[in-house]
Ligand binder design. Structure first.
Ligand SMILES: C[S@@+](CC[C@H](N)C(=O)[O-])C[C@H]1O[C@@H](n2cnc3c(N)ncnc32)[C@H](O)[C@@H]1O
Length: 237
């Protein structure tokens, strides 16, 4: 079982996402555990202050390293060996998160502590002295590390044995390296005009093809040729 411990100042953000679908089932089956910790619970002042102004000046507020240290110290599970625990700080300038990293996390760690920044960011000493690594989920700046935490929990959880079907994972491990092949379901022939009455006035800029068909090869029943087609398609993509 992997335990995810998320440190945040907005703990309510997570409830809905983690209570649905695959993540919900994985939690129920005790394949994963998700604990959300409110950073403010580790403050001692009346206002539950977690941030302060940056030294040297500059815009915005910075999350304090001392409060984060207190939280991490409390959350660390002493029963988990050091090598089986990873402390991650989310940062737009961190190493990119990708499928390979998700696989590494799912395989190696039993406890993953995820620190979500907010405001102008986090006191650099968290990256230097507390976190094992800084991770970015993409080349853009978000308002906080909560979405990155959800992304990491989601991507890692589905790689934990038993969470989703082995066959789906196998197909994906290939597609994550290249493109995924196109997939189709019913109807076999989609008559677009049936759904769009006044074609000319329709604000959707649809291509003129009247009937949208599933590639014939997928209906052929020839599994060998279908597999070859999928392989070719994903390379092309
Ligand atoms: C508004 S951002 C801070 C931005 C920071 N001043 C900068 O220029 O990079 C607040 C927090 O959101 C999180 N964050 C923002 N973008 C992110 C990204 N692309 N990947 C991971 N975390 C991100 C980080 O935890 C960050 O501390």
């Amino acid at each position: 079982m992997i335990s995810f411990d998320i440190i945040t100042i907005f703990p309510e953000i997570f409830a809905s996402y983690f209570s649905e679908s695959i993540i919900k089932r994985a939690r129920k089956k005790k394949l994963i555990k998700i604990n959300v910790h409110n950073l403010r619970d580790y403050t001692t002042d009346r206002h539950r202050t977690v941030d302060d102004r940056p030294y040297g000046g500059g815009a915005g507020m910075i999350l304090r390293a001392d409060i984060i240290l207190k939280a991490v110290r409390k959350i660390v599970n002493a029963k988990v060996g050091d090598r089986e625990r990873r402390i991650v700080l989310f940062s737009a300038k961190g190493k990119p998160f990708n499928q390979k990293k998700a696989q590494e996390f799912a395989k190696k760690y039993k406890q993953i502590i995820l620190i979500s920044g907010r405001y102008e960011g986090v006191d650099e000493r968290v990256a230097r002295y507390i976190a094992d690594e800084e991770i970015s989920i993409g080349e853009y700046v978000l308002t906080g590390g909560e979405l990155p935490a959800m992304v990491v929990v989601d991507a890692v959880s589905r790689l934990v044995p038993g969470v989703i079907k082995e066959k789906s994972l196998k197909e994906e491990s290939f597609s994550a390296g290249g493109g995924e092949y196109p997939q189709y379901t019913r109807p076999e022939a989609l008559e677009a005009r049936k759904y769009v009455k006044n074609w000319r006035a329709c604000p959707l800029k649809l291509k003129k093809t009247k009937v949208w068909r599933v590639p014939k090869i997928l209906l052929s029943g020839n599994h060998k040729r279908i597999e070859e087609w999928k392989h070719r398609q994903s390379i092309e993509k």
